[in-house]
Design a protein around this ligand. Structure first.
Ligand code: SF4
Length: 806
């Protein structure tokens, strides 16, 4: 796929301490072929850390990364001590450019984890992953101190600390290295008891030279059998926590991206920094041969772009063409991806190479087929057949991935809210998705309008703010989505128009031809000009633009500029009534607003914004951070309010002008919930997309797919809170408005609570989805306890019966 930007590195493992306080016999650092740890400094020096932070910061700025992940690692990173860890976190954070989020983690064996460390991690927002192989027997098999003592009690104490309410948000999950001689049921139960937010099950590192153990009694594919047993328990429990190994197979079987480097075809974007400042490739390569991860580069002499061009890293970014012939021909390759790169190595092929299937090939095939429902270790492998939906195209490197949306931000969104920072993170992920979809749509088009594409790519480097502004326009993605869905009549004109708008914003004198249809040349984010059909040439100037129409006339002024409404607090929202691609809401759009209608909308929006700040303060901040556009819709049937968000137009809500400003406030809040949830669903699976069951939402007569129920529930969190706030404001006062607020609150709190339980009991939520439902429940529960007058409850009963047709 063509991308506007080169593949950057976004994940960095930084070795804080090169020694460990345990002596696990399956550790790839100390117990495998590579012995480079012997010659390295024990602790990373502050100067090396500062240079590493500078390199990451410059890389993030050059590639305009919305987020980077840094994992503080070892050896055992806690041995570096709290002061050095605090300095490292501060140095990293200070080095990142504005707009680039830091997802900072530490991966530890947990032995030294103390309350002091947890306080430091809370202060520095460092998420904690713990290695634990299961119950005591399983963990003791490998994870012992050098003198043979068990480390299990210390690890359980560490997990208990992370489960305390004040630290729970720091708990990133558990990493369990499998051993087929451990009882998978006991391992699963022991881990599940600890209520982790996520568990990674890792295959022990091995190569064709050093194959994994396969006890004869356990059959031909013991690793697959072990994993499938755990998978069955996890499914039976309703997927109580995230498991990337399982979710990656579920996703790739349906054509989505993998979530882990060890499966699937996604390019690797990971680099490792050792304590001496040398860059290495993935740590797992230590298992292949002595020196396998070496790059010959170091943080002082080489940039991360230099590192990204290293042949070893490029090899892990090359997808299907980079795999062995056997893998390329394999029908589960989209899910498997040849397994982890390190596991492909063999030395007896005339020089040693990774050009082989994984040493776990049979297990991987059986495991993937087992999850797909084929269930046979020798049966015909399944082929992923369902094409990815355009709205869920794999994100390119540099975009936010599910794990890069901070778990606490996901929890915050689950409660219904979303701070400015959290909504901005969603916006960045959507911008990255738009870029990827535009590139895919252009590729699929046969690369027509090449001059427009080339200009867009050039401006992306020379005037990135201009390109970002245009691509963040909600309907930029709508074009790509329509093309990818096979709507070819939409043509390539909108792509040229995006390039033209970026050229006008950049003002460098670039010219781009744009096809004109229907007598209007539309420049996204700017407005439109009436010119004859044909091809107009748009030239961006330092202080304006010039449009040369097909009849030779030259125009320098927009006939109908995009109109923006300035709201209290100094922010603006666009009233989009000209973009030809805005017609993607579930209701016809209104024509260009008259001056009178514009005045009416302006007043209503200003009043509605004031009401949102007063009645829904927990939502208003996010709305301000993410609402870019209100698209006027045509009025609905008499007396019916009409509003609609569009999944392919992040940041826009469509609304037919309602009778009152409070109704407009309510519709804005309701629709922006859909906008937020759509962005969350692009980042992470909250439910099994293969689920075909229809579910009744309590407020609708027609059953809907699970996403419909989820969307409705999420939107009604805001609606219920609005009525709750109004109820409290009236606080026992008499009057029609007060009675209506109490009745609506009584009605919607019940509806929303019922809907949350229907979702939770659907059996179709993923582990993350269940956690999301828990968040919604936590918001609804206190509302149910609020006393309301009997008359309000009775009115709510009547309304429910009427809606149900009883
Ligand atoms: S199952 Fe085996 S042959 Fe197929 S992609 Fe995986 S490693 Fe390659």
């Amino acid at each position: 796929m063509t991308t506007l930007i080169p593949l950057p590195l976004t994940q960095f493992v930084v070795k804080m301490h090169s020694r460990c306080d345990l002596a696990c016999d399956h550790c790839y650092v100390y117990e495998h072929a590579d012995s480079s740890w012997r010659s390295r400094p024990k602790v990373i020096a502050d100067g090396i850390m500062a240079k590493a932070a500078e390199r990451i910061g410059e890389h993030a700025a050059a590639h305009r990364l919305p987020a980077v992940r840094v994992v503080l690692h070892g050896g055992e990173p806690l041995l570096a001590g709290p002061d050095r860890l605090r300095r490292a976190a501060g140095t990293l954070r200070a080095a990142l450019p504005p707009g680039c989020a830091l997802d900072l983690r530490i991966h530890t064996n947990g032995v030294l984890l103390s309350r002091d460390f947890c306080s430091l991690f809370a202060e520095q927002d460092i998420k904690v992953g713990i290695s634990l192989d299961g119950d005591r027997a399983a963990n003791d098999r490998h994870r012992r101190f050098a003198d043979g003592r068990s480390s299990h009690p210390q690890v359980l104490r560490a997990v208990a600390l992370l489960n305390e309410p004040e630290y729970r948000h720091l708990f990133a999950g558990l990493l369990c290295t499998m051993d087929v001689e451990n009882d998978p049921v006991a391992v699963y139960r022991a881990l599940a008891e600890l209520r982790p937010p996520a568990v990674d099950f890792l295959l022990p590192h091995a190569t064709w030279d050093e194959p994994p153990k396969r006890p004869a009694a356990l059959g031909a594919t013991p690793y697959a059998d072990w994993l499938l047993t755990v998978h069955g328990l996890w499914e039976a429990d309703g997927r109580p926590f995230a498991v990337r190994t399982f979710e990656s197979v579920h996703r790739t079987l349906r054509g989505f991206s993998s979530l882990t480097e060890s499966l699937g075809l996604e390019p690797s974007d990971l680099a490792v920094l050792e304590t001496d400042g040398t860059f290495e490739q993935a740590d797992s390569l230590k298992t292949a041969y002595d020196g396998a991860p070496v790059t010959g580069m170091n943080v002082f002499a080489h940039s991360l772009d230099d590192l990204a061009r290293h042949p070893g890293i490029a090899a892990r970014q090359s997808g299907l063409p980079g795999l062995s012939e056997a893998c390329r021909a394999c029908s589960v390759v989209r899910s498997c991806g040849g397994g982890l790169y390190a596991h492909r190595y063999r030395s007896d092929d005339g020089g040693g190479s990774f050009d082989h299937p994984s040493v776990y090939c049979g297990d991987l095939m059986t495991f993937i087929n087992g999850i797909a429902g084929n269930g046979s270790s020798t049966g015909v492998p399944v082929q992923a057949t369902e094409a990815p939906r355009p709205g869920a195209e794999p994100l390119p490197p540099g975009a936010l991935t599910p794990s890069q949306l901070d778990p606490s931000q996901l929890d915050e969104l689950a409660r219904g809210y979303g701070s400015a920072e959290t909504v901005a993170a969603l916006g960045r992920s959507q911008l990255a998705l738009t870029r990827a979809m535009l590139a895919a749509a252009w590729d699929a088009s046969g690369q027509g309008r090449a001059e427009a594409w080339a200009l867009l790519a050039e401006l992306d480097a020379a005037a990135p703010a201009a390109v970002d502004t245009v691509l963040a326009h909600p309907y930029a993605r709508a074009w790509a989505a329509r093309r990818l869905a096979g709507d070819l009549p939409v043509g390539l004109g909108p792509l040229a128009a995006l390039a033209a708008a970026a050229a006008v914003r950049a003002g460098r004198g670039d010219a781009v031809p744009v096809p004109v249809r229907g007598g209007w040349l539309h420049l996204p984010t700017l407005g439109r000009i009436a010119v004859p059909d044909g091809e107009a040439v748009v030239t961006g100037r330092a202080h304006g633009f010039e449009v040369r129409a097909s009849d030779g006339t030259v125009r320098t002024v927009l006939d109908e500029p995009l109109r923006r409404v300035r709201l209290a607090g100094g922010w603006t929202v666009a009233l989009e009534d000209a973009d030809p691609l805005r017609d993607c809401h579930d209701h016809p759009v209104a024509e260009r607003l008259t001056e009178g209608e514009l005045l009416d909308w302006t007043g209503a929006l200003r009043e509605a914004w004031e009401l949102l700040g007063r009645d829904l303060p927990g939502y208003a901040e996010g709305i301000r951070a993410g609402l870019a556009t209100v698209t006027p819709l045509r009025p609905g049937p008499t007396g019916r309010d009409v509003s609609s968000a569009a999944r392919q137009a992040y940041g826009a809500v469509g609304i037919a002008r309602p009778a009152t400003a409070p109704t407009l406030a309510l519709l804005l809040a309701h629709e922006f919930q859909h906008v937020k949830l759509g962005a969350v669903l692009d980042l992470t699976d909250l439910y099994d997309r293969a689920d075909t069951t229809l579910y009744l939402a309590p407020w609708r007569p027609d059953p809907r797919p699970l996403e419909g129920l989820l969307q409705g529930t999420y939107a009604h969190l805001a609606v219920t809170e609005y009525w709750g706030t109004r109820t409290r404001a009236y606080d026992g006062l008499p009057g029609e408005a007060a009675d209506r607020a109490r009745e609506q609150f009584a009605l919607w709190r019940r509806y929303t609570a019922e809907a949350v339980e229907r979702l939770a009991s659907s059996g179709a939520l993923t582990g993350t989805g269940s956690r999301f439902a828990d968040g919604m429940r936590a918001t609804v529960a206190p509302w149910l306890a609020l006393p309301l007058p009997a008359a309000a409850e009775q009115a709510a009963d009547r309304a429910r019966r009427e809606r149900a047709g009883i």
